[in-house]
Ligand binder design. Structure first.
Ligand code: AMP
Length: 282
C-alpha cells in the first residue's frame, strides 16, 4: 500500500492509473477505522482497479472544539488495517495540506440540512461538503463509497455532487453492527464499559420502531414510545428521534405518502454522541 501525505505526490501516482483507464474507488474517512470502514474498502476493491482511502479528521465539520479534540486518532493501526484489507492508497494529509487557505464556500443543501443532524450540529454539513468536494477534486474517483450509518450525510453528498457537477458515482453501503446490534462507530472507542452496555438502547429503540411500523402503528405513536424508552433511562439522553421520508428527510406524519421511511436517532452517553438509523417498511 502506498501512503501519501502530499496531494501532488498522490496525484502523480494516480496519473499512471488514469492513463490505463483504471477505475478509481474512493473511501473518505476520519480514521479510527473499524469493520464498517473496511466493508466500504472491500466493496470498492470489488468494483475498481485502484482503491484510495483518505484519513483526515476534518476540523471544518466539527461544531464543538471539544468533540474535535477528543476525536479518536489511531493512524498506525488504521494503516495496518487498510494494508490488510488490500487497500492500494492511503491519503493522510495534514490540515495545512487540505486547507492552505480558508475555504469559505457555502453550499445550499436545501431542506436536507435543516432537520435532525442539521438542526443539532449547525455548520456540520457545510463542513462535510467543503472537505468532500475538495477530496473528490483531488482524487477524481469514478466511484465514492459512503455508509448508510450516516444516513443524512449520504443524502447531503448525493446533493453535493449535483451542486458541484461531479461525475463521481456515489455508492451507499449498509451499516455494519456489533453482534449485539450497536452500529460500529469510531466514537464507540470513547464509551466506558458501562456506557457500552447502555448504548444498546439506540438499537433497541430503532428495532422497536420498526416492529411498531410493521404492526401499522402511526409515526406519532412510535415517536411517543421511543421517547418513553429514553425517559426511563438514566444513562442515555435522547437528542432526537425522527421518522423521516428517506428521500426528502422531512418528518413523516402518516404512512400514506411516505414510500420508504427511515427512523433516525441521536443520543448522548456521558459526553459521547452516537447516531444510528433503520429503514422502516410500513
Ligand atoms: P467516518 O470515519 O466516521 O467519517 O466514516 C467514514 C465512512 O464510513 C462514512 O461514509 C461512514 O458512513 C462510514 N461508516 C461509518 N460507520 C459505519 C458502519 N458501522 N457501517 C458502514 N459504514 C460506516
Amino acid at each position: 500500500m502506498r501512503i501519501f501525505e502530499k496531494i501532488d505526490k498522490m496525484q502523480a501516482f494516480l496519473t499512471a492509473h488514469n492513463v490505463k483507464n483504471d477505475a478509481i474507488g474512493f473511501v473518505p474517512t476520519m480514521g479510527a477505522l473499524h469493520q464498517g470502514h473496511i466493508s466500504l474498502i472491500k466493496r470498492a476493491l470489488v468494483e475498481n482497479e485502484v482503491v484510495v482511502c483518505s484519513i483526515f479528521v476534518n476540523p471544518t465539520q466539527f461544531n464543538k472544539q471539544e468533540d474535535l479534540d477528543n476525536y479518536p486518532r489511531t493512524l498506525e493501526e488504521d494503516l495496518k488495517k487498510l494494508e490488510q484489507a488490500g487497500c492500494h492508497v492511503a491519503f493522510v494529509p495534514s490540515v495545512a495540506e487540505m486547507y492552505p487557505k480558508p475555504d469559505n464556500r457555502k453550499f445550499d443543501f436545501g431542506d436536507l440540512e435543516h432537520v435532525m443532524e442539521g438542526e443539532f450540529r449547525p455548520g456540520h454539513f457545510n463542513g462535510v461538503g467543503v472537505v468532500v468536494s475538495k477530496l473528490l477534486e483531488i482524487v477524481k474517483p469514478h466511484r465514492a463509497y459512503f455508509g448508510q450509518k450516516d444516513f443524512q450525510q449520504l443524502a447531503v453528498i448525493r446533493k453535493l455532487v449535483k451542486l458541484i457537477n461531479s461525475p463521481v458515482e456515489v455508492i451507499g453501503c449498509p451499516t455494519m453492527r456489533e453482534d449485539d446490534g450497536l452500529a460500529m462507530s469510531s466514537r464507540n472507542l470513547r464509551l466506558s464499559a458501562d456506557d457500552r452496555k447502555h448504548s444498546l438502547l439506540l438499537y433497541q429503540a430503532l428495532t422497536k420502531a420498526k416492529q411498531m411500523a410493521d404492526e401499522g402503528k402511526s409515526p406519532d405513536e412510535i415517536r411517543g414510545e421511543v421517547k418513553a424508552l429514553f425517559d426511563a433511562s438514566q444513562n442515555v439522553e435522547l437528542e432526537y428521534f425522527e421518522i423521516a421520508n428517506s428521500e426528502t428527510l422531512q418528518p413523516v406524519t402518516d404512512w400514506k405518502n411516505a414510500q420508504e421511511s427511515t427512523a433516525c436517532i441521536a443520543a448522548w452517553l456521558n459526553g459521547v454522541r452516537l447516531i444510528d438509523n433503520m429503514t422502516l417498511f410500513p
